[in-house]
Write a protein that binds this ligand. Structure first.
Ligand code: ZN
Length: 138
């Protein structure tokens, strides 16, 4: 497995345990999600795995009315849309995730800068159940 695949696996394992992890560069202080072996800012390999505190603000969002197959199977459609946002985490990095707990009947009411906190949603059933990172209003 490549390092990238290993890191994606570690990231998904952490999600399964209700944790959001990233990497912290000991040289320049840069924080990345998912974790990296080499700092994306200064290219140092002096990086450590950290657990993010899961708080951030809404930086951008889109409401999806025509979902990809996996989300259609989870019950989303034009009458039951879902929101995907870019969340600016308190530690610095941005991450894309589903935003739950918003009133999607009028997306105009959703404000950029809305405080959010991490949560986890399970999609699929039985052996196909998988946990995903999501955010909700804090
Ligand atoms: Zn660095």
């Amino acid at each position: 497995m490549t390092n990238q695949a290993l890191h994606a696996k570690a990231f998904n394992q952490a999600i399964a345990e209700d944790q959001l992890i990233g990497s912290h560069c000991l040289v320049c202080g840069n924080i990345s999600i998912p974790q990296r072996q080499i700092c994306s800012n200064c290219h140092s390999d002096q990086v450590e795995r950290i657990q993010m505190d899961g708080k951030g603000t809404l930086a951008a969002f889109t409401v999806i009315y025509v979902p990809p197959t996996s989300m259609a199977e989870a019950g989303y459609n034009a009458k039951n849309p879902y929101c995907v946002g870019i969340v600016a985490l308190g530690e610095g990095p941005r991450i894309s995730a589903q935003i739950i707990g918003l009133d999607l009947s009028d997306p105009e009411t959703i404000k950029i800068g809305l405080p959010l906190k991490q949560t986890f949603v399970v999609r699929g059933e039985g052996e196909f159940a998988k946990k995903f990172l999501a955010f909700e209003p804090a």
